[in-house]
Each structure stands twice: as structure tokens, then as C-alpha cells.
Design a protein around this ligand. Structure first.
Ligand code: CIZ
Length: 308
């Protein structure tokens, strides 16, 4: 047996013994997506984990805020991560003190927090959103209330256009991986694959979004590419998404707008680390119970607004 097959065999034996539910975000390396019980966006995965009553532990392969969200939604069960160093630079671009300052400057404003935020930031926010539902969440805020949108300026800019709320106060954060996708990359990819629709994530720069046929969250990208009659697509998001799309849309071809949109934090997870965590259980997510309880409120508010 080769070493890859031996790792998979051990991993499968251990996940059964541990009663583990293995979740992988769409930006994870292919080999990690292949061993997951479920691949999806951060909220889909966290909600699936919360609904699952049979697993005894959750192993979340993604970045830390995602595993935290799973732990917030289901505090009675351990959530583990393969590598605790897998942070999210976007989530780190606003601190609790900065949020408190901007709130003081805009008393009465509603804070809409993208799920790509730490538990502390969620705890200090009014309502969460994902890239799939951000416009709907923003539309739910009464017109006479100011909105502070955190932490992604590109998503905020797109959402304010979608929701017709030109008056939002948008925090200045950005995802360094999505920011790496340039207008020139999209133009070159179009020239190389004429006729292929360009599908980009709302975390991309405005000039990149302006070139796209479709702007969508990762779950929206899967839906769009599955339903579109096109056979080839140019994908402007983290490169791991291309593998997920290839699996979910057999027979279609996907070209990354640039191979440079490769998130180093997402790629900290390897098959070996998944196996080691199942063996050693060394990296549980630890949250202050008061912070977790406070962070659950804006997540529940989002679910309430969506009627989901
Ligand atoms: O929340 C997620 O999973 C991210 C980071 C993006 C998306 O569009 O799903």
C-alpha cells in the first residue's frame, strides 16, 4: 500500500472510532476535500454540524473563524482544527477596540458583520451575514438606521449597490487572496478562453467585479456553473474552488483567473494534519462561554431575517 492510501486508511479508521464529522471548506486542498464528509461554505458547514446529532466531535478544515462559528452554534460538542495557525487576515483587520470606536462615532448604527470575523467581533455586532445573503441582510435594516458594514470593503461596496444603500459606513478590510486577482488577469484569461463566462467572488476588487458576468458567493458559484449552458468558466476566487466546481459540475472546465489566488492559511491543512488531529486531539477550539453566547445572537438574527 502506498503512503497516501495508508494515511487514508488510518484516517478512516480513526474518524469512525472517534465519531468525527470531517468538514472541509471549498478553498481547502483537493486531498482534504476528498476525505471530508461535507464540502461547502463556512456557514453551510457550521449549520450542518449544528444539525448533526450523531457525531461526537467535529474536525473543521478551513480557517479559524469558521471552526469558531461551528463551536458557537453548537457549544455542547468539541470542534477541532488540524492546524491552529490557520488564521484569516481579513478577520484580523478589525479589532474589538476599532469596532467600539466606530460605533461611538455612529451611535444608533446597526453593525452588520460578515461571518469572516472573530468570535469577539461577532459578539460586538448586531447581525451577521455571508457573501450569499449579505444584500438580503442589509435590506432588512430599517432605512432610517445607519449601517456599519465590517470588515470587507469590497463585499461592502458590492452589497451597498445590490441593496441600494449608498450610505453605508464600510470598514477598510480586504482579503489579501482575493485582492491578488487583477483586472489584467481576467482580461488575459478571457483572451485564452473566449466565450467562457467570468464568475467572481464579491471580495474581489471593484474593477475585477466590473468585468464579470456573474458575482457570487462560493455556494452561488456552484449553482450558477451547474445551471449555466456554458461548458467553460473563468473563476475569480481562491483556487481551491476550481476543484470543488470540477467535482460538482462533471464535464465542465474551470480556469482560475489567476493561480496566485492561493490562500496560504487554507493550505496549512494537509491530509497528514487531519490524521494527526484525529490521533492526538491536540487543537480544540477554545472560546470564552460568554463571548460564544454573545456571538450566537447576531448569527441567530441573520437566520431569523432569512427565514431559514
Ligand atoms: O464564508 C465562506 O465560506 C467564504 C469565505 C466565502 C463564500 O463565499 O462562501
Amino acid at each position: 500500500m502506498d503512503s497516501h492510501a495508508a494515511i487514508i486508511e488510518k484516517l478512516n479508521r480513526l474518524r469512525r472510532e472517534r465519531g468525527a464529522l470531517v468538514l472541509a471548506h471549498s478553498y481547502q486542498p483537493a486531498e482534504v476535500q476528498d476525505v471530508a464528509d461535507l464540502v461547502g461554505d463556512s456557514l453551510e458547514l457550521s449549520r450542518a454540524a449544528a444539525k448533526n446529532d450523531s457525531a461526537r466531535l467535529v474536525l473543521f478544515c478551513g480557517v479559524n473563524f469558521m471552526a469558531e462559528t461551528a463551536a458557537i452554534l453548537r457549544p455542547d460538542r468539541p470542534v477541532h482544527v488540524p492546524d491552529p495557525n490557520a488564521g484569516c487576515p481579513l478577520a484580523n483587520m478589525i479589532t474589538p477596540r476599532e469596532l467600539a470606536d466606530v460605533r461611538r462615532e455612529h451611535p444608533g448604527a446597526v453593525v452588520v458583520a460578515y461571518v469572516n470575523t472573530s468570535a469577539e467581533i461577532k459578539a460586538a455586532s448586531d447581525i451577521c451575514c455571508t457573501s450569499a445573503n449579505a444584500a438580503q441582510v442589509v435590506r432588512s435594516v430599517p432605512a432610517d438606521r445607519e449601517i456599519i458594514f465590517i470588515p470587507d470593503r469590497n463585499l461592502g461596496d458590492w452589497v451597498q449597490q445590490q441593496a441600494g444603500r449608498g450610505d453605508m459606513i464600510i470598514w477598510r478590510g480586504f482579503c489579501p487572496t482575493h485582492n491578488r486577482i487583477m483586472e489584467r488577469d481576467v482580461r488575459e484569461a478571457r483572451a485564452a478562453h473566449p466565450g467562457a463566462p467570468v464568475v467572481v467572488h464579491p471580495e474581489c476588487r471593484p474593477e475585477v467585479r466590473a468585468l464579470a458576468e456573474e458575482i457570487a458567493s462560493t455556494s452561488g458559484m456552484v449553482r450558477f456553473c451547474r445551471e449555466s449552458p456554458a461548458r467553460e468558466f473563468i473563476i475569480g476566487t481562491e483556487v481551491g474552488m476550481v476543484y470543488r466546481l470540477e467535482k460538482e459540475c462533471p464535464g465542465k472546465r474551470f480556469w482560475p483567473a489567476t493561480e496566485l489566488a492561493d490562500c496560504p492559511n487554507m493550505k496549512l491543512t494537509t491530509l497528514e494534519k487531519v490524521l494527526w488531529e484525529l490521533q492526538d486531539l491536540a487543537h480544540p477550539v477554545k472560546l470564552d462561554p460568554a463571548v460564544a453566547a454573545a456571538a450566537r445572537r447576531p448569527l441567530e438574527k441573520m437566520v431569523e431575517v432569512l427565514g431559514a
